[in-house]
Design a protein around this ligand. Structure first.
Ligand code: PMV
Length: 345
């Protein structure tokens, strides 16, 4: 806390990485609760850094937002909605002036979920300010509390509040699982999955034609809604088992079925839409052929976009990296490939 004249300014700095879901959250209910459990791993290099300065006063909250040094007013409605939802948790958000400055370590619209890292970093910084103002107001454990607040900004952001493997959404398989926040499942993961690489093939850069919020809404009356919820629960069971046993074959099967189902659900929504590009399919075919030829642990997933996340243990880098350079980079927008990996626990 610093004082200049009579003006008090509370300051906080926080960072959070993005995450990649293996079992996907697709469809919501109530206030940002998922219709099915999801499992992801948090990345290590693709991070949002956020700095917040808060001055208390008696006026309704006003927010200024700068992204990479430039004002970005388009983000203000989202921040207003988040602050409003968080007032019960963080009373300081009722009144005063907030200046939020964020920057990403990864390129914009490159297939890395920036809303997850950005909302999680903002939730961490908000928490820090609330603790500075009134340390006793917060009862829950810190990580879960931050995860819950991040969820209210963007669902998948709740999984970015902690490192490594995270489960979000109720399932009878894990007693501590919750629809309100992510829980770490690192202690039940075989070491085979502790050094996974996530290499992102940036097939198309740019803003998606249909946002994830619209995609979630289209699940409300989707003809395959019930089937999808059942599938995601079955995949959760299979993935938890595979993670525990170090079973890469089942892991890859779930990973790819989830990615292709997600895009299948988009294609069978009303209205229907596609987010894959011809190069996404070309890359998928090349990856499967390469794996069949070399018999190596290598798989892929997609988020709600055309870009491909190649996933493999670090030990396979020697064989996978030349394959990327020779056969996959050429399919990417401006030949852009981003090398990330699971965060350390
Ligand atoms: O958190 P949202 O509302 O951006 O939705 C994310 C949805 C997916 O990225 C497609 C899947 C997931 O679980 O991250």
């Amino acid at each position: 806390m610093t004082t200049s004249d009579t003006k008090i300014i509370y300051k906080a700095k926080a960072f959070a990485p993005s995450n990649i879901a293996i079992v996907k959250y697709w469809g919501k209910k109530g206030l940002q609760e998922p219709v099915n459990p999801s499992i992801s791993f948090t990345l290590s290099k693709s991070v949002t850094n956020t700095r917040i300065a808060y001055s208390p006063n008696n006026s309704d909250l006003s927010i200024e937002f700068l992204f990479e040094g430039q004002p970005k007013d388009a983000f203000i409605p989202k921040l207003n909605a988040l602050s409003h939802r968080l007032i019960n948790y963080l009373p300081f958000l009722k009144k005063g002036t907030l200046k939020i400055e964020s920057s990403n370590t990864f390129p914009h619209s490159s297939g890395i979920a920036s809303s997850a890292s950005s909302m999680a970093s903002i939730a961490k910084a908000f928490y820090d300010i609330q603790v500075q103002i009134e340390p006793d107001t917060i009862k829950e454990t810190e990580q879960e509390f931050i995860s819950e607040m991040a969820r209210l900004g963007s669902g998948s952001a709740c999984r970015s509040a902690m490192p490594g493997w995270v489960l979000w959404g109720e399932t009878p398989l894990i007693s501590k699982a919750s629809n309100h926040y992510g829980v770490s499942i690192n202690e039940s993961v075989h070491p085979v999955f502790n050094d996974l690489q996530d290499t992102i093939l940036v097939i198309r850069k740019g803003v998606k034609s249909v946002s994830s919020s619209v995609g979630h809404q289209l699940m409300d009356n989707h003809p395959y809604r019930e089937g999808r919820i059942k599938q995601a629960n079955n995949h959760t069971t299979q993935l938890l088992e595979a993670l525990k046993n170090g079973d890469f074959v089942t892991f890859a099967k779930v990973c790819e079925e989830e990615a292709l189902s997600l895009h299948g659900l988009m294609m069978s929504s009303s209205p229907a839409y596609t987010l894959m590009a011809p190069e996404s399919l070309r890359a998928i075919k090349r990856i499967i052929k390469f794996r069949e030829h070399h018999h190596i642990p290598l798989t892929f997933t997609l988020d709600a976009g055309p870009n491909i996340h190649l996933i493999y243990p670090e030990s396979q880098s020697k064989i996978v990296l030349p394959f990327i350079e020779e056969h996959l980079r050429v399919l990417c927008d401006n030949k852009e490939v981003i090398f990330d990996k699971i965060s350390l626990q």
